[in-house]
Write a protein that binds this ligand. Structure first.
Ligand code: FAD
Ligand code: 5PR
Length: 391
């Protein structure tokens, strides 16, 4: 607060996912005292692997996590799309920095600056409600008053529900099982394409798709997509249901069958507002989206960073500044949600034609609070298009 150097402005944050952690770090970097509540007993991230595009990597640099994120991540030479095992697109992404990794690695990399900044993180601490006046109520019954309350408590957000934002939730026809398995590089065969990200689509005899994503030298992130309620949605996976359509992936499918796994149906959540009084919601609590553009966590982290930028002046004018944040930052997220939902509904990634200036708008956006300087070390690999694929 201007002129009051002795008392820092104070934020209470619900949820230590990617959105909550980035908001916490970015606020602490700007002189806020921050307490982060996580309802679970342990910190971590569900969901196997993740793809981060340039916008998310820029946020990582802004919060001091980029070097650690990059250390154990992977950039495939190509993003390949196959239909019935025929290559329909081979995208080198020369101008678009991107990296894949395990979710746990990303989580730990963001947690490190939070630890350095002395942010108070409470486990087993559920926020049950928030009030626009800045009060949060915990599961224990305790109430705390803050200058700012951030609801980063995921798609089932208590903060969103208690403040009374209207939410429109839409479930897609498809969903997927996400797993980490060993790369099995030798068992899969000597071909160079096993270093690619490969999106294997099959529409016949059933709609099933495997998104094959090397996450680092050792770990492979698999997304096994199938319509809700179909055989492919059963966990643990039924090996024969997947082997008969993807026999060339047998070594990794055998590993996948050893893991219990979880099927998640894609969903979108759109709110009438992101802020009320001193409360803001961010991340999946505010704007859950389908993963077709791999922008859910990226938008969560961009909006968490920008939120902190709008709070740079401390506790003064929090309400007005939050409204300004939503007005300026939200439209890009709205567009991203709509585009992603459309791609998902049309299963359009199967055509491999999704890389265009409109769809890449979000990935190429310079997040508010992040530097526009090129990211060091990208592009990481020189991609040489095989002669056969040029024809
Ligand atoms: P969450 O990750 O849900 O975190 C919320 C946290 O709050 C959790 O730790 C939870 O335990 C805690 N919590 C919940 N309620 C309370 C409470 N009341 N009090 C205290 N704590 C609470 N995005 C990408 O950018 N790239 C991708 O490649 C990508 N792939 C995806 C693939 C799939 C299949 C799906 C479904 C999503 C994908 N996403 C991707 C999106 C991304 O996973 C989410 O957008 C992101 O995890 C949202 O982070 P969050 O912090 O908002 O929410
Ligand atoms: N892209 C990515 C992804 O993780 C998923 C999808 C697209 C990076 C799901 O895991 O469309 O399902 C998708």
């Amino acid at each position: 607060m201007a002129g009051q150097a002795t008392s820092k402005p104070h934020a209470e944050i619900a949820g230590a996912g990617y959105a909550g952690l980035v908001a916490a770090v970015a606020l602490a970097q700007r002189g806020w005292s921050v307490r982060l509540h996580e309802k679970r007993a342990t910190l971590g991230s569900f969901g196997a692997g993740i793809v981060l595009w340039e916008n998310a990597l820029r946020v990582m640099r802004a919060i001091g996590a980029f070097d650690e994120v990059a250390r154990k991540s992977f950039t495939a030479p190509f993003y390949e799309t196959r239909m019935h095992n025929q290559t329909v697109a081979l995208e080198p992404f020369g101008r678009d920095p991107w990296a894949t990794m395990t979710r746990q690695h990303l989580y730990d990399a963001i947690l490190a600056p939070a630890r350095r900044l002395d942010i108070e993180i409470l486990h087993n601490s559920e926020v049950v409600s928030a009030d626009p006046d800045g009060t949060v109520t915990l599961g224990s019954g305790r109430t705390i008053k803050a200058d700012l309350v951030v609801g980063a408590d995921g798609v089932g957000s208590n903060v969103r529900g208690s403040v009374g934002f209207a939410v429109e939730r839409n479930k897609a026809q498809d969903g997927l099982i996400r797993l980490i398995v060993p790369r099995c590089r030798r068992e899969l065969g000597p071909e160079a394409f096993w270093d690619n990200v490969i999106d294997f689509w099959n529409f016949e005899p059933r709609v099933q798709r495997i998104l094959y994503v090397p996450a680092n030298e050792d770990d492979l992130y698999l997304g096994l997509m199938a319509p809700f309620g179909s055989e492919g949605s059963i966990v643990p996976i039924k090996l024969e249901v997947w082997l008969d359509m993807f026999p060339f992936l047998e070594p990794v499918l055998r590993e996948a069958a050893k893991v219990h796994g979880r099927y998640d149906r894609y969903e979108t959540a759109v709110l009438n507002a992101w802020t009320k009084g001193r409360v803001a919601v961010v991340g999946d609590a505010a704007h859950a989206m389908t993963p077709s553009l791999a922008q859910g966590a990226a938008c969560a982290m961009m909006n968490a960073l920008s939120l902190a930028v709008y709070m740079e002046d401390g506790a003064d004018k929090v309400e007005e500044r939050l409204q300004e944040w939503e007005r300026k930052e939200r439209p890009l997220t709205d567009r991203t949600q709509q585009r992603s939902a459309k791609l998902t509904a049309e299963r359009a990634l199967s055509r491999g034609e999704w890389v265009n200036d409109e769809l890449m708008e979000t990935m190429r956006h310079i997040p508010t609070g992040a530097s526009a300087d090129p990211l060091p070390g990208f592009p990481r690999r020189k991609a040489t298009v095989p002669e056969a694929a040029k024809a």
